[in-house]
Design a protein around this ligand. Sequence first.
Ligand SMILES: [Fe+2]
Ligand SMILES: [Fe+2]
Length: 634
Amino acid sequence: MNQPLFVFYEIDGLPVPPPSQDFSYLIAKSPDQVLAAVQKAQQEAQSLVFIVNETECYRLFKLMEARAAREKCPPYSWVVVTENMDAFLQGPHIPGGLLDVVSKHQLVSDFPNLFTKFKALMRDSRFPELSRIGSQTLKKLNEILLKLTAERDPKNLLVGTLSEAVQLLNAQGGTLLVVNEEEGELVFKYQVQDNGENKIVLNETSHLVQENSVCGYVVLTGKTMNLSFAENNRNFSQPMVNRQIDHQQESPMVSLISIPLKDSRGDCRAVLQLCNKLSEGKVISFDEDDESILRSFATQAAICLESSDIYIEVQKLFEGFVRASITAIESRDPSTGGHSERVASMSVALARATTEVSTGLYRSVKFKEQEIKELEYAALLHDFGKIGIREEVLVKSKKLYGYQLSAIQERLKTFKAAAKIQFLEKVIKEGASKRQKLEKEYNQQVEQLDRCWNLILSANEPNILHKENEKLLDQIRDEKLPLPDGSAITLLNDEEYLALSVTQGSLTELERLEIESHVRHTYQFLKMIPWTRDFRGLTEIAYCHHEKLDGSGYPRGLTNHEIPLQSKIMTIADIFDALTAADRWYKEAVPVEKALEILAQEVKEGKIDPVLFEIFKERRIYTASVISSLGKVA
Ligand SMILES: [Fe+2]
Ligand SMILES: [Fe+2]
């Protein structure tokens, strides 16, 4: 039988999910269209799942009964949409083949998971009849599904799955074994065990999946095993309990039910074992109703495990992407090596410290782990936009580029050669008797050129340019010197003069603006990435890392209330690292005390957050070593 055909009977405003490549469904708006869908399913050997409002399901059910009485019908089942599950399940006419009962909200908000679940239920030919499970249990199952779906931490999900199952069936204990494929072989990778003492432990294992244990047998056959030892009715053709792999506990094992958790592809991802059902103080066997409930639970739990795996894959993808991005940034400017990771470490440490503080302005700020992760990624990527800056500007350590200084040097050599030619010509013309005087003039010219050269070398350093040197530079710019062909040019062109006249640092105004544009490049780049909902604020946090509270920052000149708190945190870490980093060749590292003074001055001027700076200083956040959590997704 092919994939089931889902038919939405769209009466009474039944919500229909948006089209998806993963799920095929059609919408029927009249009984005729329903019959046409039945015809289609018959021709294409598909089973049918009707998704219908409670008010219409009985009418539709009768229509299908009449159709089935007349001619051959494909197998069909129902998902009923109702806002009152209890009343519906206690009603007198529950249609046979009822697959699930869901609310309108669930149908729209969680439809990918629901469709996966419907398909899994369809695939299992013994899917539980909901009428048998009972409304209270169904309600409980739905609550558990919602709870487990929201769990992001894989360890918590495994522990939660076992704990919910033990409670649901009132078992004394249980074990959940996670199956993994390693080098072409199936192994039990994790074992979560509840041995009935209110303590759940998770261990790594490496047992091969074989038929030498109950759980191995369940994985390999896909069958549920319901064993009872008390009545001495163990079937010896069934696998024996393996004390190394299967559930273990102190008290005697009276009953053990083991069920596979199959994903949407039908692969077994885990085995759930529950031991010793408790009823009125006694230990009894699990009955058929328990099997039905557990089968329904297993279907839902498997979907949660699958979703969690997908989530981890996405996390790993992001981690890999962030790591590759850092390598790319730092390969452009090796002198800033480690900057991104240090800023990330300090930002994370400052965010955690802010969360811990219970007094002051930020006493109610409690960053969640996911928000801290978002801040860490934003900090790691904050300077990624430097990838869009010309490399010569990015690594510019002197006021002139190397090629500019070489050009000046060549000009100087030419001027000296011109002076020499002029001197020799004059000697020939005016006679040897004037040679001494002419030679003196010539030497003065050469000395003057050497002085110019020394001044240029000094002005080329990214130090503060003194006033007297500024004047000398003006003279050099204005003075035209002769060339051997008789023409004359200046030693410095406009561009070189402009670069040397920079009064502080090595960058001209245009180059400074170019460097500052890295923030916009970061924004443009991060904006293109389809971040998950957990990281929806990441781009904005990184975009604001050079903004200042008083509006003097860039690129947007935002003010205090417009800047996210996470960006304010990152700004402190960024400035501190830029000052103290020892590995930039164009500037010497500033000692920690001096860096704190500079930051304190920024606080005084109303540029950075005073409360965050106080925490940064008091808690010595700047000592945070590089503790990037990259690669720690588990
Ligand atoms: Fe930056
Ligand atoms: Fe930075």
